[in-house]
Design a protein around this ligand. Structure first.
Ligand SMILES: *Cc1c(COP(=O)(O)O)cnc(C)c1O
Length: 425
């Protein structure tokens, strides 16, 4: 499928008068349509709730859009919990799915009434020592080990992942938690990442539903929800077929009716913790070509770099690129598209066929709405960009200003050097 940006050259010409490139921009219309579709696809399940994975796009303006569709927040850290609380997300609308969790984070999660999803059996004691009496509802993260396969194809390698309880530990953990007075249980698992197939959730659901039935039978635990977590992917590449959330929802429903309903568990709520699927396609990193270099290869240098989008440098991930105004021009040039870090992996694309790029062209990098801005860092003293929201009415709202040198040097505040910076440059 041809990937078409949700902004045009004319729109960006206007936007840059106020907000210079580089910036991340998000598409309100796309976010809403997708959130609505997810809600509909799982409307057969009374307790369904999506806990948006805050780490993917920790921006309150965007998360508030999702909240209109009933979404809660899935948090992985203290600051994400703080953000959710500050936004007015309450109690069980917050899921705390963390690992190697500091005591302080458990304490805060408990204080604000978040559902705690334990990553390990030893965390039962750790949590109890931290907060005293355990909450009424607890979730445990499951990791069956081995390879996660759909038919014969290997999707991921849970046996090599640091997360979760083993199968035996799930039974043991549920017994211990029950003895300690826990009344409601959740089961969580995240066994494959960025899956571009409608079969991932139904396959995962079958495993978890069967486990739930057996756990209930053997431990007597009251299982309140099953959390299918994240992992529904997006088509980063033009030749990939996007997931169909309605097919996925229907696939999960079928397994639910096959496994849970006959076991008298037709009241179990289905939760999801999607990040990428909720936001990924609805973000672009908009940059300007500022250098061209003809050496052993042809290079285009952008005004953005890996600190704005780390996925290509970190995972060799593909992100589609469109040169605005040249959407229909022939891709008859081959470029490495680079940022300015002193790191040779700071390349948004390698040997990419693109139209001829002229200096000043806007180069749009697609699918940066999740795990994009959020993964940013400050290497080489580079500053983080602004985030903008393209609203449904076509107007643009600043939803996070760009970092300034003052932000970057803020942690020297109170030290001698702080007064010596030329903050006005
Ligand atoms: C990262 C993460 C998610 C979201 O994953 P996506 O691939 O963005 O859907 C959900 N749950 C947990 C526990 C995570 O760590």
């Amino acid at each position: 499928m041809k990937k078409v940006p949700f902004v045009t050259k004319e729109q960006v010409d206007e936007i840059v008068k106020q907000y210079p490139t580089p910036f991340h921009i998000y598409d309100e219309k796309g976010i809403r349509a997708n959130a609505k579709a997810l809600k509909e696809a799982f409307s057969w399940n009374k307790g369904f709730k999506e806990y948006f994975a805050v780490k993917a796009t920790p921006n309150p303006y965007l998360i508030n859009i999702l909240r209109e569709y009933g979404c809660g927040c899935d948090c992985s850290s203290l600051t994400e919990l703080m953000l959710s609380k500050a936004m007015g997300v309450k109690g069980e609308d917050i899921m705390f799915s963390s690992n190697a969790t500091p005591a302080k984070e458990f304490a805060y999660a408990n204080k604000i009434g978040a559902i705690i999803n334990l990553d390990d059996i030893t965390h039962i004691d750790f949590l109890e020592k931290t907060i005293g009496k355990l909450p009424e509802t607890i979730s445990c993260r499951f990791n069956p080990g081995g390879l996660f396969k759909i038919s014969n194809s290997i999707m991921d390698n849970p046996g090599d992942a640091k997360y979760g309880f083993t199968t035996e530990q799930m039974y043991e953990g549920f017994k211990i938690l029950k003895e300690k007075g826990v009344k409601n249980f959740g089961i969580h698992a995240f066994l494959a990442s960025n899956t571009v197939t409608n079969d991932y959730y139904p396959t995962l659901a079958k495993t978890l539903f069967e486990l739930a039935v057996d756990l209930k039978e053997k431990t007597g635990a009251n299982i309140k929800f099953i959390n299918l977590s994240g992992g529904i992917g997006i088509p980063y590449k033009p030749d990939q077929e996007p997931n169909d959330i309605y097919v996925i929802g229907e696939g999960v429903r079928k397994v639910y009716e096959e496994v849970l309903v006959p076991a008298g568990m037709g009241d179990v709520a289905i939760y999801t913790e999607l990040g990428r699927f909720m936001m990924g396609p609805y973000g672009h990193l908009v940059t300007t070509a500022i250098h061209e270099k003809h050496t052993h290869k042809e290079y285009i240098g952008l005004d953005a770099c890996a600190v704005n989008l780390m996925r290509p440098a970190m995972y060799g991930a593909y992100h589609h690129i469109t040169v605005l105004g040249k959407e229909d021009a022939p891709c008859d040039h081959v470029y490495d598209v680079t940022g300015s870090l002193c790191e040779n992996n700071d390349k948004f694309a390698i040997d990419r066929e693109l139209p001829k790029i002229d200096m000043g062209d806007y180069v749009v990098i697609h699918d940066t709405g999740a795990h994009g801005f959020a993964m940013g860092y400050n290497y080489n003293g580079k500053l983080k960009s602004a985030e903008l929201l393209l609203k449904e009415d076509g107007s643009v709202q600043l939803i996070r200003r760009a970092e300034t040198p003052k932000d970057y040097f803020a942690t020297f505040d109170g030290l001698d050097i702080y007064d010596k910076f030329d903050f006005e440059v």
